[in-house]
Design a binder for this molecule. Structure first.
Ligand SMILES: [Zn+2]
Length: 666
């Protein structure tokens, strides 16, 4: 039976050093569960072993925290079970400071011979990675089995810091020798890394299942790997860890959720209550930020989880749970109409990394510029879209977008050609659509491929109907385009080249050479038979530069491909608009929570959500999938007047502050 993913979880971190005294000294089981229940929490992740390597229960495999005098995990699990709060046990796999110091031979070694650390080098105060090919592996498997045996009233295990990273320790080098791999070759080291990762995920799941077949198992890779769906056979469910201020950014959750949601399995979004990153006791985000993050999760069909860190004394922070409780009350109100709904999408965004490196789980894979740029553009332009991979059914979408870097195998080219022949539309940019060698179009957009432009910037001049409504162009694209000459395609944009390449030998102005008045012989964008191609790596460029005029140009091309959108609204560009379909109702969600850049850290920018501006009178126009009887607004289910014309439902949402939730009842 599928694991019933909790609806309102707390992930209660407890990474606690041996230098902190009196662990759990003020833990009161009744106060602990009362605080959770009052905040509408239905499940909590509790610590078996932390990154410091200390266990919080009576273990024979690991070592109980030296300053903990009782079995804290058992006390927590039993107290929660008595109050009907579900529990999952946590075990840090990839980091274990205690064992890393005692067993340097178990540590992951980088190619330069140094230890692999979270940040910095050996003596810096950061976590050390252990190698899961070393003897450490058996130690962790034994502890997993022990936890499964000891906590029958818990319902799963959460395995943390699962990464696929090259290692040059003696075990990995011997394994590469045995497999005929050359450990001096980075590509061969990646093969070994993948073998270790795959074996670990499969074997640790098996270790849980041999003791408790019913337990949930989640492997935290800190991102949702795209393109290798077989990997998820070892997962009972998917959680999307996305701490917007802690290196994930606000793009990570929607991108990942739009990939997971169409797989038709329940999943959970995980944010934190902290201002910056995990473990920040004494730092708390504004309640409006939590409110917006949780509403965004639900708009994407996710169940919700908030990360917290238990104070070493074992006491929960009342301020935190007052804030969580207020937001969880509203989450709860929305759960009924969300149940059983599936996302509706016009556009399938084919993930570039899913095609180029299926299953990639490195930290770099968290931010794929062309994928993130495309998500930003599609979301800001108000399209309904999913993120898809090669396992997806393209026929479910009116158009498929291939951002910037997806060269086509002959099999993928044939598949896309058949999709177009069946009425689908393919929108490709830059290298997308080329053959694997990058020498010709594998899917013909009605142009002859020439090659990469020698010029590091150029200008797009959209033809009538494809310009933003405030500028006709030529519009500066400050990136290197690809060159193709029009043949029998419909030209949608011309390409103007600068007078000369900007270089140290000659340059003009601050950043770019002006455009020549006449178009070049090359196209900016072209279409033939439903195959669209844009000359610039426009999605990567948008991720870097945010040039909104170019976004509107791309949106006009995608609109041309779609014909008609399923949903149009007058919501602002920064709003998230989603539509979900259930057996007897559709569900429209609008979330508007502008974020402001307020700081910067080595992990990335600190974007803060604080104010939730009130929007009023939002026009909505939806292609009705069936006769609609009522349009109901908000938790009070206020009936809104609506009109039905040519199969489209039109109404106005009176107000949106943070999130609006509209049920279209059939
Ligand atoms: Zn190794």
């Amino acid at each position: 039976m599928a694991f019933d993913v909790p609806r309102r979880q707390i992930h209660l971190d407890f990474h606690t050093s041996e230098h902190v005294p009196d662990i759990g000294g003020r833990f009161d089981p009744r106060a602990f569960t009362r605080t959770l229940k009052d905040a509408h929490v239905d499940s909590v992740v509790l610590f078996g072993k932390c990154h410091h390597g200390w266990s919080y229960y009576d273990t024979e495999v690991g070592a109980r925290h030296p300053n903990l005098s009782f079995d804290l995990l058992k006390a927590q699990v039993d107290a929660c079970a008595a109050e009907g709060i579900r529990t999952t046990t946590y075990l840090s796999v990839g980091w274990d400071e205690r064992l890393a110091r005692r067993n340097p031979g178990w540590r992951r070694i980088l190619p330069d011979g140094t230890f692999h650390m979270m940040l910095g080098r050996n003596l810096d105060p950061f976590w050390s990675y252990l190698c899961l090919a070393s003897a450490y592996r058996e130690n962790v498997l034994d502890q997993i089995r022990e936890m499964a045996r000891r906590f029958p009233s818990s319902e799963g295990i959460w395995l943390d810091i699962i990464r696929r990273h090259e290692c040059c320790c003696h075990v990995c080098r011997d394994a590469m020798d045995d497999a005929g791999l050359d450990w001096r070759d980075p590509a061969h080291r990646q093969i070994q890394a993948k073998a270790v990762f795959d074996a670990w995920v499969a074997d640790s799941t098996a270790a849980v299942r041999e003791v408790r077949p019913e337990w949930s198992v989640f492997h935290n890779t800190s991102l949702v790997p795209r393109g290798d769906r077989k990997l998820y056979d070892a997962f009972s469910h998917i959680e999307i860890e996305a701490v917007p201020t802690g290196g994930w950014g606000y793009d990570h959750f929607p991108l990942s959720a739009r990939y997971v949601d169409p797989m038709a399995r329940d999943f959970m979004g995980v944010t934190v209550r902290f201002h910056f990153v995990w473990g920040e006791l004494g730092a708390i985000k504004h309640p409006n930020a939590l409110e917006a993050e949780l509403a965004t999760m639900q708009a994407h069909g996710a169940r919700v989880c908030v990360g917290d860190q238990l104070d070493p004394s074992g006491v929960l922070d009342e301020d935190v749970y007052r804030m969580v409780g207020a937001s969880y009350a509203r989450v709860k109100e929305r759960e009924g109409p969300l149940a059983g709904t599936r996302p509706v999408a016009d556009v399938g965004l084919l993930s570039s990394i899913a095609v180029r490196d299926p299953g990639a789980v490195s930290r770099d894979a968290r931010h794929i510029a062309e994928d993130e740029g495309a998500v930003r553009m599609l979301q800001q332009a108000g399209f309904l879209f999913d993120v898809v991979d090669l396992h997806s059914d393209f026929a479910a979408y009116k158009a498929v977008v291939l951002p910037d870097k997806i060269r086509l195998s002959s099999a993928l080219a044939a598949r896309l050609a058949a999709y177009c022949a069946g009425g689908g539309r393919v929108v490709m940019s830059a290298e997308s659509g080329l053959d694997l060698a990058g020498t010709a179009f594998a899917l013909d957009p009605g142009a002859a491929f020439v090659g990469p432009s020698p010029l590091n910037h150029s200008y797009v001049a959209p033809v009538e109907g494809f310009s933003p409504d405030f500028a006709r162009g030529p519009l500066l694209a400050w990136c290197r385009s690809w060159r193709a000459e029009p043949r029998d395609g419909r030209v949608l944009a011309r390409l103007h080249e600068p007078y000369f390449e900007r270089s140290s030998r000659r340059f003009n102005g601050h950043i770019a050479t002006p455009p020549r008045p006449e178009p070049s012989p090359f196209v900016g964008a072209i279409e033939k038979g439903g195959v669209y191609w844009l000359a610039h790596p426009i999605f990567t460029h948008y991720r870097e530069m945010g040039h909104v005029a170019l976004r509107d140009y791309v949106a006009a091309i995608i609109d041309d491909a779609l014909g008609a959108r399923t949903v149009r609204t007058s919501a602002p560009r920064g709003a998230t608009v989603t539509l979900r379909r259930g057996a007897a109702h559709d569900l429209l969600q609008i979330v508007y929570a502008p974020r402001e850049l307020r700081g910067s850290t080595p992990l990335g920018p600190i974007e803060v959500i604080e104010d939730l501006p009130r929007l009023t009178d939002i026009a909505v126009d939806i292609a009705a999938s069936r006769p609609i009887k009522e349009v109901l607004f908000g938790p009070e289910r206020l009936a809104l007047p609506f009109t039905l014309q040519d199969g489209r439902v039109q109404f106005r949402v009176p107000a949106v502050q943070g999130a609006a939730f509209i049920v279209l009842a059939a």
